[in-house]
Design a protein. Structure first.
Length: 298
């Protein structure tokens, strides 16, 4: 209810309040605001979408999907609801459902760049790098000023072993976006894929500077530090080996394990030893001689 008139709050004001609470990371209050909005407009899809977004931020995927289903019941052509369903399925790793929701959203609006971005991420995670490249290129055609998209493009190109193009697009990403930690994560992964441990460390340092409380960012930062110790790095795959296909590497490993078994056993032992020592050095470098702090649940 509006405090001054004691009447219903105008929908535009509800949406404004809801968005402001999300921007302030007050997700439970945003959820309550969306609930009030729904009580005032139970037959419109907008409050259901707002509820879904609040539940996504609160990591409640089941309720988020229920809300998007209600929005689509009221309007099967609600592109925003399909987009939110794609986001939920992406977050839970349900790739078939995610692709179905994304394609439904693109049929309604083929110019929604972030859906192409999500599809590129999905294909990249599943090792379908050519399809990932096609999707992220579509996203960039729609939104050529998005630094995050260029960063993912750099990572995809690194996975395709197109290292020069990966570096070029990474530089574009840095010119367009230096405030998003995810941008630096992609650039760090791209550098690591190219075998540039120093650059990967620099990118991960920027990512953790922007988002020091994110668990994934902390993990990637620690791993980047570890790979900068030369005695560990020499036992990881050098750049020239990364140019081979996976089946070629597997064949090489099988043959070596038969012909040069003592040497292979020694290398495995040295790798494990260097891994443990470098991990201990990183711990001391970051935390000193104290235990690492416990993970805080968001």
């Amino acid at each position: 209810m509006d405090e001054q008139s004691n009447g219903p709050v105008p929908p535009g004001l509800r949406a404004e309040r809801f968005q402001r609470l999300l921007d302030w990371d007050r997700n439970k209050e945003a959820l309550a605001e969306a609930g009030e909005w729904l009580r005032e407009e139970p037959e419109t899809p907008q409050p259901y979408r707002a509820l879904a977004l609040a539940y996504i931020n609160l990591n409640d995927s089941e309720k988020a999907l229920e809300c998007t289903a209600q929005a689509l019941r009221l309007d099967p052509n609600d592109g925003d609801a399909w987009f939110l369903r794609a986001v939920v399925y992406y977050g839970t790793g349900k790739w078939a459902q995610m692709e179905e929701a994304a394609n439904a959203g693109l049929r309604l609006n083929p110019y929604r760049a972030h859906i192409h971005y999500l599809l590129a991420n999905m294909h990249n995670k599943n090792g379908k790098f050519d399809r990932a490249r096609q999707s992220i290129e579509q996203a960039l055609n729609i939104d050529p000023e998005n630094g995050l998209y260029y960063a993912l493009y750099s990572y995809v190109l690194a996975n395709l072993r197109q290292f020069e193009a990966s570096i070029e697009n990474g530089e574009i990403a840095l010119r367009k976006d230096v405030e998003n930690p995810q941008t630096f994560l992609y650039l760090g992964w791209a550098a690591d894929r190219r075998g540039d441990a120093k650059q990967a460390k620099t990118m991960m340092e920027q990512a953790i500077r922007l988002d020091p409380d994110d668990e994934q960012t902390r993990t990637e930062y620690m791993e980047a530090l570890q790979k900068n110790y030369w005695f560990y790095r020499i036992f990881t795959l050098p750049v020239f080996l990364r140019r081979f296909k996976r089946w070629q590497l597997i064949t090489f490993w099988v043959v070596a394990s038969i012909v040069l078994r003592p040497l292979v056993i020694l290398l495995v032992f040295l790798y494990m030893f260097s891994f443990m020592i470098s991990k201990a050095f990183v711990h001391v470098q970051v935390y000193g001689w104290r235990r690492a702090p416990k993970r805080r649940k968001k």
